[in-house]
Design a protein. Sequence first.
Length: 282
Amino acid sequence: MTSRRRPGLNEQGLDGDGTNDENLAQSPDDERQYFAESRQGKTRGRALQSDPRDAADKPGEHFHGHRDRLRQRFRDSGDRALADYELLELLLFRLIPRRDTKPIAKALLARFGSLPEVLGAPTQLLTEVKGVGDSVATDLKLVAAIAHRMLKGELTGRQVLASWSSVIEYCRAAMAFEAREQFRVLFLDKKNALIADEVQQTGTVDHTPVYPREVVKRALELSATAIILVHNHPSGDPTPSRADIEMTKLIIDTARPLGITVHDHIIIGKDGHASLKGMKLI
């Protein structure tokens, strides 16, 4: 077999200028090695500078330290050691795990006015606050529902008239911060223990239709012998209107012949409550 030489090479494998072809073959490797070393050098140079990930970690470390201190204050002294925004912030820790929740807590209180009003606010209004999404709003409403259920548990099966302050507290938690009027009835048995609490009607911002016959009919279905009427004023002022008084008297007149007593009609507002019986209006 005959071997072939590359054009321009002599028998010794040299170019005309005496350069060995093997040395030329090394050149691409040398260039790759140069660029690799250059990249490594740049990487080492960047490593000597501040790592941007370290800066990103610092806020997290700060939040965790702040959260731990706030939790410890709560463990040591309970809710009395914390302001409303701190309690709300503590709750938001679990709902928003990787973000500073203090601005969100303060924004919620600034928007709605107080912690009870935050928990009582409608979901769609909660989500209008920056940083509050659907899941956070839903969890806030869940907390409100649990608190409401706890208060209701304190009344169920007990003599309601013997714990009137608990009735007011329960009604305020349930209705004081609703955006629309609600008319609800507490149905009681012969011992004035709570049988049921039902919302009969939901109306507009300043009016709720009430049907006395439906109220009495439901009381008979539940075998209730007494009822307490409750409705809210979204305006915040619990002062009863003339229509409130007349409607209450109509329900009393409808219920009395059937042996059902109307103990009171309570009007709930953000600014307090009013008792028609206490005001001697019924």
